[in-house]
Design a protein around this ligand. Sequence first.
Ligand code: ADP
Length: 447
Amino acid sequence: MFQKILIANRGEIALRVLRACKELGIQTVVVHSTADADAMHVRLADESVCIGPPPSRDSYLNIHQIVAACEITGADAVHPGYGFLSENAKFADILAAHNITFIGPSGDHIRIMGDKIEAKRTAKRLGIPVVPGSDGAVTDQKEARRIAAEIGYPVIIKASAGGGGRGMKVALTEADLEIALQTASTEAGAAFGDDAVYIEKYLEKPRHIEVQVFGDGAGRGVHFGERDCSLQRRHQKVWEEAPSPALNAEERARIGNICAKAIADLGYSGAGTIEFLYENGEFYFIEMNTRLQVEHPVTEAITGIDLVHEQIRVASGGGLSVRQEDIKFSGHAIECRINAEDPRTFTPSPGTITHFHTPGGLGIRVDSGVYSGYKIPPYYDSLIGKLIVHGRNRVECMMRLRRALDEFVVDGIKTTLPLFRDLVGNADIANGDYDIHWLEKYLAKEE
Ligand code: ADP
């Protein structure tokens, strides 16, 4: 087991990882920018190293400074959290070259999944169902027209290097195709320095369903069931739940087993999420994230298993603590992402939190790094906390969520709490009847 882990992140996820390390009796080092000197994870860590000024590229993305911090403090492993360097293959390779363990998969697996064309090809080879589309990058209009006619309109053009929903364009008919191809490619080139794009069938009313997987790196793979993250705004998840209200036990086992087998065959190590669009009873792979997800706590709530403990165990060579038959699902969990944003316009609302009071009681978990008097710096993501509620079934979970949202107090800044108070009373949400476009349509109506 590791003696000392360096946490290369900030905010709620840095605290989340720190808690797991403390439970396992592992020493912790955190790195932080000058803007985060007062952050909770800095206060609670055994050691901290300031690695640069506020902009991420000079601090949380500065590989040299982070490796130097490992050397100075004698850390033997790095947990990257999510975002920042968590899916940076070069970072994983550099750490390996310095004999520091990256708590995550190999640089090669990160590389494959970071290239969406390669990821899709790999998924297909491993027996995972994919969205019908082009086999690789599409460059000329004639080929694009042929492929689009074959799969049928509408189609979506996506950037191979894509992320965060950028570089995607929908073509409803052949008349839109030329422009869609051009704009997607230009946008991709500008955003990612790679203008390769590919074509997929555009699914009109899918749900976003993702499977949590783990590999031990030695040919064993397991799944921890699925999460439904269909409630999105601008391709950003807002509310996540497990299990999905749309799946039955048989569908869950079928897709879970396909994913677990693929992970085993790939020789994958650590946590991963295989994302699908789900429509008319069919799953269509869109991408795989090779890291811990923001929404992992809903899976922890229904399985009772600490996924960060598992990541650390696997990375240290101790293998998984569970076999597939040990993973049992119990009840229902929902996570609300509480952002420092206006609940209608989603404009960021940094500033000082004058009062912060979190709900409590059975089945309630709040993951947050903020506190009363904390000043939210304007440089980073606006997520300030996550409310995770667990109940024996979805109805109980929703009742508890409503109560917890009423108890939650965040003064001094705007947050997305009022949006969740509205959603929890909505009939479609109560019925679990929503797709990936539901939230945007709802917000447009409310305006
Ligand atoms: P990114 O990495 O940029 O987030 P994804 O491939 O994960 O890109 O897709 C993000 C979102 O875009 C999905 O959750 C879905 O809302 C939409 N999307 C992607 N592919 C399709 C498709 N083939 N049909 C319909 N919507 C899609």
